[in-house]
Design a protein around this ligand. Structure first.
Ligand SMILES: Nc1ncnc2c1ncn2[C@@H]1O[C@H](COP(=O)(O)OP(=O)(O)O)[C@@H](O)[C@H]1O
Ligand SMILES: [Mg+2]
Length: 260
């Protein structure tokens, strides 16, 4: 562990029920870095986020978040899931405040209303603060969930397939947005995905996981400047082909082929 590390998995092994999930999971996310955890369905990507968030302990091995055990670091992390999980009877602003209210108490949370408005503006929803979830599109709801995560001012944001339920255009727009937000806020971001294009669009580094019992197959450094045009950059095309080949061997039914 170095002072520059935000998340460390060092020899983490885990069995759930009768199944060996991790053989030995080893990877690091540095402070301020944007990392994608890419791997086949069921290999334990979501479980890795749960371990870092202190919801599941590993059987053996060392997992640290900002130099601390996960149980001492949950306040440093906020989550964004595939479904935005908004409260239907709270408007967008009030949903953004909810995370802070739950974490810091109602009174303290409410003091953050001005900040919550700024965050809604940051995710492009300045004019939608009073709208209820039913009045928002899927992409807008996910933007609210991102603002809600930012509202607790976490050092680290963990996202579990955050865009996979959205239509392709919305997904592309939100990928660009999250890169911009990452650049503006300097947060450490760990995104779980099983989408190669997504990982190549977003990440500084891609951690490719194997099938169970899972270990890290390969780590890809993605140096291309952002915003990235995947098809126009030969280095990205080569990396895409290599990832696609590896991924197909892991998940034979994967719907991956050309770039989208
Ligand atoms: N509470 C649990 N008990 C037993 N097995 C579980 C539990 N949670 C997850 N699993 C299993 O662990 C594996 C990894 O799950 P998960 O982390 O959700 O995979 P991924 O997110 O990569 O698709 C899967 O095989 C899943 O069935
Ligand atoms: Mg998952």
């Amino acid at each position: 562990m170095s002072a520059a590390d935000a998340i460390v998995f060092d020899g983490a092994r885990l069995k759930l029920g009768a199944e060996q999930i991790y053989d030995s999971l080893d990877f690091t996310v540095r402070k301020g870095e944007f990392v994608c955890l890419l791997g086949p369905s069921g290999c334990g990507k979501s479980t890795a986020l749960r371990i870092a968030g202190d919801l599941v302990p590993p059987d053996t091995g060392r997992v640290e978040v900002l130099g601390k055990a996960p149980k001492d670091a949950w306040q440093d992390i906020a989550f964004v899931f595939q479904s935005p999980r908004l409260v239907a009877w709270r408007n967008a602003l009030s949903n953004v405040l909810l995370g802070a209210e739950l974490r810091f108490g109602r009174a303290e949370g409410r003091k953050r209303a001005a900040k919550a408005r700024d965050l809604l503006a940051l995710v492009g929803l300045a004019d939608s603060a009073n709208k209820y979830p039913l009045m928002l599109s899927g992409g807008e709801r996910q933007r609210v969930a991102i603002a809600r995560a930012l509202a607790v001012d976490p050092s680290i944001i963990m996202m579990d397939e955050p865009f996979s339920a959205l239509d392709p255009n919305t997904r592309r727009r939100l990928r660009a947005e999250i890169v911009r937000i990452w650049q503006e806020t300097g947060k450490t971001i760990l995104v779980v995905t099983h989408d190669i294009d997504e990982a190549l669009t977003l990440a500084d580094r891609i951690v490719l996981l194997s099938k169970k019992p899972t270990r890290v197959l390969e780590i890809f450094d993605v140096k291309a400047a952002r915003p990235r045009a995947l098809k126009d950059d030969p280095a990205l095309v080569a990396m895409h082909d290599r990832l696609n080949e590896l991924f197909r061997s892991l998940e034979p039914d994967a719907p991956h082929g050309g770039m989208t």
